[in-house]
Design a protein around this ligand. Structure first.
Ligand code: DX5
Ligand code: ZN
Length: 221
């Protein structure tokens, strides 16, 4: 039996004026994780939210917090996000000069260690470090904004990463972030994805709860 595929709604697309309502929605849905996008306006050309908002979400969230740091020099904040209650902490490979050390610090702070790859960053950059990674987040859009279109070259990256994981007998999860909808979800899972992040597809829907339920059913049938 294959393992359960996870759905992680991105709160970047939630209604920030009614955040608690959208947190409750995710709590009561079939979603597995909360995906939280932290952007600094330097690593990516946008600023989203920081510690106070993560803290507020953590207070009400009843599911694991999957925190995606789109910031330069993320080592500065690893302990801070651990203290805020992050369960998975993902840093960008492109933002870390010493990725192995960053991953070690994340694990030392009792979180799962994730690495995100921008669309242009090859899977081969992880060849010698794959066994140290709990989750690889393959960016299927350029990071910085929700609501962008899915980059088709992602499927090939997923297949390549799946084979690297198998070759090394690693336990790494493959997460896809950006432009995920019911149109590409099945193909992504077929290529080897384990976790699907979905922002605008979920929160722009008339019925986000059933959108999450249907997406989960679609990839877990
Ligand atoms: C983009 C973020 C994504 C974003 C996904 O930089 O990392 O998590 O919220 O949003 P959608 O699903 O709308 O592409
Ligand atoms: Zn993200």
């Amino acid at each position: 039996m294959s393992t359960q595929k996870l759905i992680a709604p991105s709160m970047l697309a939630a209604d920030f004026a009614n955040l608690q309502q959208d947190i409750t929605l995710v709590n009561e849905s079939e979603a597995n994780w909360f995906h939280l996008d932290v952007m600094d306006g330097v690593f990516v050309p946008n600023i989203s939210f920081g510690m106070p908002v993560v803290k507020a979400i953590a207070k009400h969230a009843k599911k694991p917090l999957d925190v995606h740091l789109m910031i330069v020099d993320p080592d500065r904040y690893i302990q801070t996000f651990a203290d805020l209650g992050a369960d998975v902490l993902t840093v960008h490979a492109e933002a870390c000069n010493h990725l192995h050390r960053s991953l070690q610090s994340i694990k030392d702070a009792d979180m799962k260690a994730g690495v995100a790859l921008n669309p242009h960053t090859p899977i081969s950059s992880l060849t010698h470090i794959i066994s140290d990674i709990d989750l690889v987040c393959i960016m299927s859009v350029n990071p910085g904004f929700g609501g962008q279109s899915f980059i088709e070259a992602t499927y090939e990256k997923v297949r390549e990463l799946r084979s690297l994981i198998e070759k090394n007998n690693a336990n790494t999860l493959i997460e896809i972030d950006g432009g995920v909808t019911n149109k590409n979800a099945s193909q992504l899972v077929k290529a080897g994805a384990d976790v699907l992040v979905a922002g605008s597809y979920v929160f722009s829907a008339t019925d986000p709860t059933s959108t999450i339920e249907n997406l989960s059913a679609q990839v877990n049938e």
